[in-house]
Design a protein around this ligand. Structure first.
Ligand SMILES: *Cc1c(COP(=O)(O)O)cnc(C)c1O
Length: 387
């Protein structure tokens, strides 16, 4: 059975649980994205930092030459201190604070992705107070429902994100009129973990008709930011370890009909970092119930909340055993019945002390970790710097 490429002997010496990142896989992923972008000189990638803001991951991605998409002042700071140039940093989010806006203005970031007219006015007045011009894009709510978990769709019309179609003309007029903002383009983002390429094709069609209507009204376009959302195969991490970037970018090459020279910005997060990360844990107890067997790990929802929060599936593998598979509910020790990694999973027979890997945990794993139950935040280790 395939178990990925794990240095299990090194793991034996490390206190569990911890995150492990396969850096050669990350670099291979970044190379594949670069190959795709090289085919389309107008395409630009800003990595969505919220997926994983570990400094080693960030510096690897900034060294590869990509920009950063941030959704908080903390993320803007993390980007700047890990090698992203200010002119490659874009900042979205419905609730930007005055402090974060002022900091980002002074830092000279490339773009504020503005989510409401109220925010636009605040950015204008804060920029005026610094005697600066803020570069802004308007985030449009495209009303495209992605076929994914309701908690991670963001593009439906009644949603806290973005500006609705009906309001766009008046907000755009305002952006053109205000003295301390400069209108730079439009921003979209329809959701996350999207594997059905027709969702992205629908987004392209929405963008095309919007661009057409702006042209008809003689309004400026600027550049187009299509957001992120490409999904990964959580079920087969060993077979499909790099997301299908070619199919993804091909959708935009095929369906977007933009004027020549119009830049297209992408903000991928999950598809860049999910496959390279695993949560490594030990089996504390194998508990025999009346009808189920539980593998109780020393890792929990505090290191990886996605199964509890989104009912997300992660493949769990026993790295220590080669005995025939048995069926377990793989659970954590936290006092919540939702602290379950996976139910009725088939794992090589588990024993106390076995090392298990919760796969494809590089995105929205470490970044969402908490200290609930007074648990420490997880440490991280990297394949090219193992102790
Ligand atoms: C979360 C987010 C992304 C990244 O989404 P992924 O599904 O991780 O690719 C991109 N843009 C915005 C505005 C986001 O909020």
């Amino acid at each position: 059975m395939l178990k990925g490429n794990f240095p299990v002997e090194s793991f034996e010496k490390i206190k569990t649980p911890f995150y492990y990142y396969d850096m050669s896989l990350l670099r291979r992923t970044l190379d594949r994205v670069k190959q795709e972008l090289a085919k389309s000189p107008d395409f630009v990638l800003h990595y969505a930092i919220k997926a994983n803001a570990n400094p080693v991951i960030l510096s690897t991605i900034s060294s590869a030459g990509f920009g950063a998409d941030c959704v908080s002042g903390g993320e803007v700071r993390a980007a700047l201190s890990n090698g992203f140039r200010p002119d490659a940093v874009v900042f979205a989010g419905v609730g930007k604070t005055d402090e974060d806006i002022l900091f980002s203005l002074k830092a000279g970031i490339a773009r504020f992705n503005v989510e409401s007219v109220e925010e636009l006015e605040v950015i204008d007045s804060l920029a005026a107070s610094l005697n600066l011009i803020a570069p802004v894009s308007l985030r449009v709510n495209p009303d495209v429902g992605a076929h994914t978990n309701a908690k991670i769709t963001t593009g439906l019309s009644e949603n806290k994100f973005g500006i609705n179609y009906e309001q766009l003309d008046s907000v755009l007029a305002k952006a053109l009129k205000l003295k301390n903002v400069e209108y730079k383009g439009l921003h979209f983002h329809i959701g996350s973990q999207i594997l059905d390429m027709s969702d992205f094709a629908s987004l392209c069609n929405r963008i095309n008709s919007l661009v057409e209507s702006l042209r008809a009204k003689d309004l400026p376009l600027g550049d187009i930011n299509v957001g992120g959302g490409l999904g990964v195969d959580y079920h087969h991490p060993n077979h499909l370890d790099v997301a299908d970037f070619e199919a993804y970018f091909d959708v935009f090459r095929k369906h977007l009909t933009l004027p020549r020279g119009c830049k297209v910005h992408f903000e991928l997060g999950r598809s860049i970092v999910a496959p390279c990360g695993s949560l490594i844990s030990r089996v504390l107890y194998v508990k025999q119930g009346t009808s189920r067997k539980f593998a109780i790990l020393d890792a929990s929802m505090t290191e990886l909340v996605r199964p509890a929060m989104y009912k997300a599936y992660h493949r769990v593998e026993n790295l220590s055993s080669n005995e025939s598979e048995e069926i377990y509910d793989v659970v954590g020790p936290v006092c919540e019945s939702s602290d379950v990694f996976v139910k009725e999973a088939s794992l090589d027979k588990c024993h106390r002390g076995d090392i298990v890997a919760v796969r494809s945990a590089g995105a929205y794993g470490e970044a969402m970790a908490s200290c609930y139950n007074c648990r420490p935040l997880p440490k991280s280790y990297f394949s090219d710097m193992m102790p």
